[in-house]
Design a protein around this ligand. Structure first.
Ligand SMILES: Nc1ncnc2c1ncn2[C@@H]1O[C@H](COP(=O)(O)OP(=O)(O)OP(=O)(O)O)[C@@H](O)[C@H]1O
Length: 841
């Protein structure tokens, strides 16, 4: 590659170069040396060792390259030897190169690969003397690979404008004091993974959570009434049950045992428990008497969050349209308790509630009578336990009791179709220890209902490594899971490339969710991806952006995703995290849910559980999940009810690649189910071009976002906050995965690049951010315990709770510890009851 093509010019003003330099700035030793040298009688124009401030003033973009001379850039003569073609390739703390006298054009090249620029602690070299235009180039030749602390060049003397080229971007890879502009494509750790062509093509897996074919099962064959079955097929467009619905409905209609319903994400668990309840209540109505709202409360459904309660209530409401005399309601907070009481007083047959608010009503609301309750459903069991509802649930279970129930009520209503004892159903996609604990509290002689139509197929087809019972989780079989091994420096550019590619053609992907570890990082990425259009390619014109209808609530959470919008395929960007007010979250999620335009949502795990968002076809785990369960729930937002779905997880080379084995254990064909990608491959596909043009474009893009960050104090602080919170979130991976996500191996300098930062890691300080809580001693105890396998989350629910709490904290922009504690309490309350809800569907 021709050097010229790779280099960026930055013009040097003439006047400052001619100025007689004051001997000021830098270290006293350097100033002294400079004075001595000047006294030795060098010619006037070359003795002039102007202050760097005067030399490198880039005009085109008002980015001052002042103080580009690092503190150690000594003008001593012996360093002259560094000026050959390999000048920048010396490792360690190279010192400055000096050139005095006339040099032919192109004789000085410093730093960088094709893609330029300087590495950590890059320092300038001095060049004194008259040089013809173009005689100094920074970066670019592939043999000149600058290392940490390698030196750049400073030119003193008269140089005409444009005579120094540094880097290759249009307006310069330039830095301020303490800034580091490192090359994207050099010094990245290499991957352990061998990326080979797959030996044999794995046949596409049959969906494991899809509705069964009608030959296999119909709603009526499971024992449901014709009325309900007809309603399902005509009004809800559900022709056949899913496997878990077939198993659970059959069991719960014929038998009054407790059940533990375990099934994959998106397999229809909600209807699996609602259908038998509604059907059996419906069956009570006869010619003589009909159920009405005063007939009593027959079923209580508990779910961990308001969002989920509202979602369940929405499904129930649709179901009950065929029997409008059966009444349901919610008690989940967000309204005054008085209005909830008023609704309870009017009478209700099925109640959907969060545990906290129900416990409150049981304690204080007389009109809530539970002596007729025949079903208690605990949905999202693992989450109920994670959020610490154990005590509330214990209290509710005791309060409802297990008495034998009457067959006929005082009004002559025939209750024989109902269970004669209270039935408890516990639902979960996972079978963790905390779910088992919840089972101990609430279930008695329970039947384990677990169905997978392809279970036999899986047993036959799966390879030996997948045959073990130690599955970390079970993802939907049709989900296409990939992983990308991406070095820290390339993370941001690779994510952008990947989303560019995903949305390149209209219709290929409609909705994508990008999971990020913490709220600060979500904020930063949202701003970055929606920054005003800045064409990377010459002549690129802005996409035709449809007008986004924003409300007062969503004005800061919805924007155009300019970073990956194509000319013909504009993308709308959303953000969601727990630090946003509930009503903003609700409105944003509703917009994402209902949008018919291609959409991306960048979010924390707040959107990972139970939410049924239509048409999500792509999940990107940009930051790996905090536990295997979190992964299951995140990817479970796609590939629902038999639909296709794709997911990609970013892993860094090194220890993180071990995570592939954990992933593999949850997939149908083990490792064969996972498609590996390299960063290079994804960037190439995303940035396109001929030959290695993708590399130039990616570099240009990266430099452009770095400038965008630098030029605005607001975005710079956002980037720094995101970076710091990200690192702190990284420390909260579950103990038994912490050897994979090991803080000690995190390259903080490289990671800064993924936040478009040029700061040295040590200099990044964000006002108001809480100090990290984990001390060195804590870390070593944790590491020891992890080694002994003592802190696996299943064995240490306390640790798990603490981890979750930490995660919740990270969702908050921290200020001081009191404030944090207050917000923390508020946030926990929000999760457990209170305020608004998501109105989805
Ligand atoms: N029999 C069916 N036919 C077609 N679609 C169905 C059927 N049953 C459920 N669905 C749809 O499947 C989707 C997932 O259902 P649901 O939310 O109950 O899954 P889930 O198992 O509870 O998932 P998660 O574990 O993620 O909470 C919903 O959009 C629902 O409308």
């Amino acid at each position: 590659m021709a050097d010229d093509g790779m280099l960026m010019n930055f013009e040097i003003g003439d006047a400052p170069l001619l100025a007689k330099p004051p001997f000021q700035g830098g270290r006293w030793k350097d100033r002294l040396a400079a004075k001595r040298e000047a006294r030795r009688g060098l010619p006037d124009d070359s003795t002039a060792r102007p202050h760097a401030r005067e030399i490198f003033t880039e005009r085109r973009h008002d980015v001052q390259v002042e103080d580009y001379i690092g503190p150690g850039s000594s003008p001593r003569a012996p360093k002259r030897q560094r000026l050959d073609d390999n000048a920048g390739s010396n490792g360690g703390r190279n010192t400055a190169a000096i050139v005095s006298g006339k040099l032919p054009p192109g004789s000085i090249k410093i730093g960088g690969t094709r893609s330029t620029v300087f590495h950590d602690d890059t320092r300038p070299a001095f060049v004194s003397g008259k040089l013809p235009p173009g005689s100094i180039k920074f970066g670019s030749s592939s043999e000149n690979q600058g290392r940490n602390s390698s030196t750049a060049a400073v030119v003193s003397g008269k140089l005409p404008p444009g005579s120094i080229n540094a880097g290759r971007s249009k307006d310069g890879a330039v830095g301020k004091p303490g800034q580091v502009i490192s090359s994207l494509f050099t010094f990245n750790p290499s991957s352990k993974t061998t990326f080979e062509e797959p030996e044999e093509a794995v046949e596409p897996a049959k969906p494991s959570n899809a509705p069964l074919t009608e030959e296999m099962a119909t709603f009526t064959s499971m024992g449901l009434s014709v009325r309900l079955a007809a309603h399902l097929s005509t009004k809800l467009e559900m022709k056949a049950p899913t496997a878990i619905q077939k198993a659970a409905v059959t069991q719960m209609i014929k038998d009054d045992s407790d059940v533990f319903i375990q099934a994959e994400t998106g397999s229809g668990k909600t209807l699996a428990y609602l259908l038998p309840i509604v059907d059996r209540i419906l069956a009570m109505s006869s010619k003589d008497a009909q159920v009405h709202r005063d007939s009593g409360l027959f079923a209580i459904v508990l779910a961990p969050t308001r969002e989920l309660c509202k979602q369940i209530a929405g499904v129930l409401e649709k179901l009950l349209r065929c029997a409008p005399w059966i009444v349901s309601t919610t008690v989940i907070g967000g309204e005054s308790k008085q209005s909830e009481k008023a609704r309870l007083r009017k009478g209700v047959n099925i109640l959907v509630a969060t545990p906290g608010r129900l416990a409150d009503h049981l304690e204080n609301t007389e009109v809530l009578i539970v002596n007729k309750v025949r079903w208690l459903i605990l949905d999202e069991g693992d989450r109920l336990m994670e959020l610490g509802f154990e005590d509330e649930i214990k209290g509710i279970v005791e309060r409802i009791g297990r008495r034998t129930l009457d067959k006929r009520d005082a009004n002559g209503l025939d209750l024989t179709s109902l269970p004669t004892r209270r039935v408890t159903a516990l639902c979960s996609a996972t079978m963790k220890m905390n779910v088992q604990r919840l089972g101990e509290i609430s279930l008695k002689d329970a039947v384990h209902v677990k169905a997978d139509p392809t279970e036999e197929d899986i047993a036959k087809q799966s390879n030996s490594e997948n045959e073990s019972d130690n599955k970390a989780f079970a993802a939907p079989a049709q989900l296409k899971q990939a992983y990308a091994v991406v070095p820290a420096k390339l993370r941001l550019v690779t994510l952008t490339a990947n989303l560019k590619r995903a949305f390149a053609r209209r219709g290929s992907i409609m909705k994508a969710i990008v999971f990020i570890s913490c709220a600060d990082s979500v904020d930063f990425h949202f701003s970055l991806f929606s920054r005003p259009f800045d064409p990377v390619e010459e002549g690129e014109s802005p996409p035709d952006t449809p007008e986004i209808v924003k409300s007062e609530l969503t004005k800061d959470t919805i924007a155009h995703g300019t970073a990956f919008s194509g000319k013909t395929n504009p993308v709308i960007l959303h953000k969601l995290h727990g630090s946003l007010a509930q009503n903003i979250r609700t409105a944003t999620l509703k917009h994402f849910s209902q949008s018919t335009e291609p959409c991306v949502m960048v979010c924390t795990d707040v959107a990972s559980r139970g939410l049924d968002l239509p048409n999500v076809d792509y999940i990107v785990e940009y930051d790996p999940p905090f536990s295997a369960d979190d992964h299951l729930h995140r990817v479970g937002r796609t590939a629902r009810a038999g639909k296709e779905g794709r997911a990609l997880i970013f892993l860094m080379p090194g220890n993180e690649e071990e995570y592939v084995s954990i992933l593999a254990s949850g997939y149908k064909f083990g490792k064969k189910s996972l498609t590996p990608h390299t960063a290079e491959e994804l960037i190439r596909k995303g940035f396109g071009g001929t030959g290695r043009e993708w590399e130039e474009r990616a570099t240009e893009w990266q430099l452009e976002v770095e400038r965008w960050t630098l030029e605005s104090p607001k975005y710079l602080e956002m980037a720094r906050r995101g970076y710091q919170s990200h690192i702190r979130a990284y420390a909260t991976h579950v103990a038994n995965e912490r050897h994979i996500f090991d803080m000690q191996t995190l390259h903080l300098g490289h990671l800064a690049k993924a936040f478009a930062l040029r700061d040295k890691p040590g200099s990044i300080k964000v006002p108001g951010l809480r100090p990290a809580k984990m001390t060195k001693a804590d870390r070593s105890v944790a590491a020891r315990k992890a080694k002994r396998g003592e802190t696996g989350e299943e064995k240490a629910p306390e640790g798990e709770r603490a981890r979750k709490q930490k995660k919740l904290e990270l969702d908050l922009p921290a200020v001081d510890s009191n404030e944090v504690a207050k917000r923390m309490r508020r946030k926990m309350q929000e999760h457990m009851a209170a305020a608004n809800e998501f109105n989805i569907g």
